[in-house]
Design a protein around this ligand. Structure first.
Ligand code: UDX
Length: 443
């Protein structure tokens, strides 16, 4: 099948490359000339493990192409995927400017029947709106159908996910269009769930909101564990053994970030508000996550009455490991606050420093290794659980820091090992057993 993919962000590029890998002839479109030139050479503009190799392979096989010209891309295609961004408006709603632009371009250019597939995360009802816009603007003899096909890729493991996802959701109100998109996706060998358009749109938001809720739930349990002396990792393990609970997304820490959970939870709240429904549970999840991102600062302020003049090493800036993405990362909530309090911040991340420089205060000093970020500091904050950080030998904290106060927001180290070292270690939902045992009296 000949396919065009509009937008080469995380979703669009991985989708385009994945579709070419399963045998389709794919042309990806982006308006950024430099980006397109880079991609033609098989270089991904985003950091995503395994993507460059797959790009090179499919470019060489003649199945993967890139262009800045919509007219050229749409000429021979049967299917157009829309994978442009839907950033957050100030009020939390999804901004559909790019979606509108693409719909307009499609309407102006196409000369044959076409199926438009929406990959971008869009509020319920948007696919019908896109279809209406297209129908209004294309010649009446052409048949244009719209299908919703939400993505569930995780950054950092998107290449793995596209070939091993749990399901592919296809929302179609037109049987023939649904069948075409099922055929496009069958070679992935992943279970396909076919449904109506509005339900498909909702599946995406409901899935992300549910996962965000699961994370906030375990984080609240973690906060209670700290107070009652339980260990959240033991608790999560025990809970996860129940298949009704499931053992994934129960990792406690300093909250969720990234381009999806924060944006999609707020957008779903708005979708509910628009139909006069107060999604109070989701409001609590969002509010709690904002608090949890500040947890290490709260703890540090309990240990030190002020952070003014302290040198703080920050390990990890990305919102999670294996990505250079810092959107809604805990680092963005924490570091500006530390600077405001008068602390000196030395930060390290294996790949996210360039992105961080664009948004973090200029006072932040960036260093080239974890060791440099630790050396001579009063406190260390661990914000991302990169393998490189998890495998640091614990003695370096005691040896290299001025005073070894380590605040681990991602529970990178086993408490058993921590106890063998002379460090003051705080992590989420776990207490060091050498601290005085808690006696909790019922009130
Ligand atoms: C997510 C969804 O998983 C994916 O299906 C969707 O399409 C896009 O959003 P992504 O944002 O790339 O993917 O990362 P994910 O691995 O889901 O992690 C999101 C955030 O939750 C990260 O900040 C991560 O640190 C945090 N998280 C995740 C936890 O704090 N605990 C967990 O147990 C899992």
């Amino acid at each position: 099948m000949n396919i065009a993919v509009v937008g080469t962000g995380y979703v669009g590029l991985v989708t385009g490359v994945g579709l070419s890998e399963i045998g389709h002839n794919v042309i990806c479109i982006d308006t950024d000339e430099n980006k397109v030139q880079k991609m033609k050479e098989g270089k991904s503009p985003i950091y995503e493990p395994g993507l460059d190799e797959l790009m090179v392979k499919n470019i060489e096989a003649g199945r993967l192409h890139f262009t800045t010209q919509h007219a050229e891309a749409f000429k021979e295609v049967d299917v157009i995927y829309i994978a442009v961004g839907t950033p957050e408006n100030e009020d939390g709603t999804a901004n559909l400017t790019y979606i509108n632009q693409v719909a307009q371009q499609i309407a102006q250019i196409i000369k044959k029947d076409i199926v438009v597939v929406t990959k971008s995360t869009v509020p319920v009802g948007t696919n019908h709106y896109i279809k209406k816009k297209l129908k209004e603007n294309v010649s009446s003899h052409l048949n244009v159908e719209v299908v919703s096909n939400p993505e569930f890729l995780r950054e950092g493991s998107a290449v793995y996910d596209i070939f091993h996802g749990d399901r592919i959701v296809i929302g179609a109100d037109n049987k023939k269009a649904g069948e075409i998109i099922r055929k496009v996706n069958e070679p992935f060998g992943i279970p396909i769930f076919e449904t109506d358009i509005r339900s498909a749109e909702m599946i995406k938001y409901a899935s992300n909101a549910f996962l965000a809720t699961k994370i906030s739930f375990i984080n609240e349990i973690a906060n209670i564990c700290e107070k009652v002396g339980a260990d959240v990792e033991e608790v999560a393990f025990g809970m996860g053994m129940d298949s009704r609970v499931g053992n994934q997304f129960l990792k406690a820490g300093i909250g969720y970030g990234g381009s999806c959970f924060p944006k999609d939870t707020k957008a779903l709240k708005k979708i509910a508000e628009n139909v006069e429904y107060d999604f109070s549970l989701l409001s609590a999840v969002i509010e709690f996550n904002n608090k949890q991102q500040r947890k290490l600062i709260d703890q540090a302020l309990k240990d030190f009455s002020s952070l003014e003049g302290k040198t703080i090493g920050v390990l990890g800036l990305a919102f999670k490991p294996n990505t250079d993405d810092i959107r809604e990362a805990a680092s963005l909530a924490i570091i500006p606050e530390l600077i405001k309090m008068g602390a000196n911040v030395k930060a390290y991340d294996p790949v996210a420093i360039e992105n961080a420089k664009k948004v973090l205060p200029e006072e932040v000093q960036y260093v080239g290794s974890a060791l440099e970020a630790i050396e001579g500091t009063d406190l260390v904050f661990i914000l991302t659980e990169w393998d490189e950080i998890k495998s640091l030998p614990l003695e370096i904290f005691a040896e290299k820091m001025k005073s070894a106060f380590v605040y681990d927001g991602r529970n990178c180290f086993s408490l058993k090992v921590v106890q063998e070292h002379e460090i003051n270690y705080y992590s989420i939902g776990r207490r060091l057993s050498n601290k005085q045992d808690l006696i909790i009296e019922s009130k």
